[in-house]
Design a protein around this ligand. Structure first.
Ligand code: SAH
Ligand code: SF4
Length: 417
């Protein structure tokens, strides 16, 4: 299949000239890592400790924290100066110790279909190391605006059809770096109350960013503490206020951690299944060798709060001649019996050097029909932002750090521990 959106709507960058078809990047030398920690994404309890540590006495600290939280996440403040109901003295103290910095936006690309992708730069692990890069994608639709967040720089898991899995550098993002992606998107979309009252769909509280999916770079369940902290900040009703029903965590199948997603975050779950037999899934999702389909589905059955109104989404990438036969479709339906499920068929998004092809459209429709006739919703995910490499599995930044040996060791740990 070819791209459905073949022309670039616009390509912009703070410091780079306009370009066609490629992300323009600022020179790496221009990046200066922040000297002070940012308060963005710091969980409430830690924020209270941070205030105490700079001498805000315990009794007003609670009220101060509430004020600060609202400035950060309801108003989208970029500087302490804006915080008009916070004393000058405290603003100065905050300024002395902290920032409200988000990840640095290196470039923004806008697809012809309105999808936006930001290339973001984050500090390396030590001062002289090259900065790291991640991507974050915004997908506007008629009734919602979905932000696709990354959880790691790269990914250790190397699924054979995924571009992100070919990236060498891997590190976990902090909660601040995950929440920072939401802040960047809201800044760029002018999605704060003073800027865009009623800009989005009223059903989503008038906000452009109404939904979040952890479906960017990385395996969220291998960075679960940070993902949990970040998503609890995103869902906080006094702040960003994104309902847990509108937040989805996608996993390639880290079965033992699935229960924690339910217990500690309570958001919607998506599982990247992609195959109905272990021999085939072993080749597509190498993690399957560690947690085979049965273990994965047992963990899904135990996911708390499942009902017809609250289903698990099973993602299934359509690969021509690999997993797209009608026998596969029938086996899929059998396999998921008893689990409240939606099946999301994803047309394969090609990337340079891949050996896979997307299934023919007619075959995707036939596959979908088998599933639909068995009583499951089987929406086909419309490819979005393919022209800017923003579609599922196409994300790959260019920062790389680990040697090939280290990467292989990491992957081995991830798949055999
Ligand atoms: N690591 C997590 C979340 C990120 S990937 C996971 O694998 O679930 C988000 C989704 O995109 C997953 O379902 C993944 O299997 C799918 N995907 C990866 N590469 C793809 C490609 N080239 N085309 C279509 N979907 C792809
Ligand atoms: Fe990692 Fe998900 Fe890509 Fe697999 S599909 S390599 S788990 S990002």
């Amino acid at each position: 299949m070819t791209s459905q959106a073949s022309t670039i709507g616009s390509v912009t960058s703070a410091s780079a000239p306009r370009a066609e078809g490629r992300i323009e990047k600022a020179p790496l030398e221009s990046y200066v890592a922040p000297a002070k920690p940012s308060l963005i994404g710091v969980p409430r309890a830690e924020l209270a400790q941070a205030l105490a540590a700079i001498g805000v006495p315990p009794s007003p600290a609670k009220m101060r924290m509430q004020q600060l939280w609202r400035w950060l996440y309801v108003r989208g403040a970029r500087s302490f100066d804006q915080m008009s109901n916070v004393s000058k003295e405290l603003r100065a103290r905050l300024e002395q110790h902290f920032t409200l910095a988000r990840p640095q936006v290196v470039a923004e690309q806008v697809s012809a279909d309105g999808t936006r992708k930001w290339l973001l730069r984050l500090p390396g692990d030590h001062p002289r190391e090259r900065p790291h890069e991640i991507e974050c994608v915004y997908i506007p639709e008629a009734d919602r605006g979905t932000l696709c967040l990354s959880s790691q720089v790269g990914c250790t898991l190397a699924c054979s059809f995924c571009h992100t899995g070919t990236q060498r550098l891997v590190r976990n993002l902090t909660a601040g770096e995950i929440v920072g992606q939401i802040m960047v998107a809201r800044d760029a979309l002018k999605d704060w109350p003073d800027q865009s009252r009623d800009a989005g769909d009223p059903a989503s509280g008038g906000r452009r960013v109404s939904n979040i999916v952890m479906m960017g770079m990385g395996e969220p369940l291998y960075n679960l503490d940070a993902v949990r902290d970040a998503l609890l900040v995103a869902a906080d009703g006094d702040g960003l206020g994104i309902s847990k029903r509108r937040i989805t965590v996608s996993t390639s199948g880290v079965a033992p951690n699935i229960a924690r997603v339910g217990a500690e975050i309570g958001v919607m779950l998506a599982v990247s299944l992609h195959a109905v037999r272990d021999d085939l899934r072993d080749g597509l999702v190498p993690l399957n060798r560690k947690y085979p389909i049965k273990d994965l589905l047992d963990a899904c059955r135990a996911y708390p709060g499942l009902s017809n109104a609250r289903r698990i989404t099973f993602e299934y990438v359509m690969l021509k001649g690999v997993n797209d036969s009608l026998a596969d479709a029938r086996a899929l339906v059998q396999l998921l019996k008893g689990i409240p499920a939606k099946i999301n068929l994803i047309p394969f998004n090609p990337w340079p050097g891949t050996a896979y092809e997307c299934s023919d459209w007619a075959q995707i429709e036939r596959f979908s029909e088998v599933i639909f006739n068995a009583g499951y919703a089987a929406p086909v995910r419309t490819p979005r932002g393919r022209d800017i490499f923003g579609a599922c599995g196409q994300l790959k930044s260019e920062s790389e750090k680990l040697s090939a040996r280290e990467r292989i060791a990491l992957r081995a740990m991830a798949t055999t521990d």
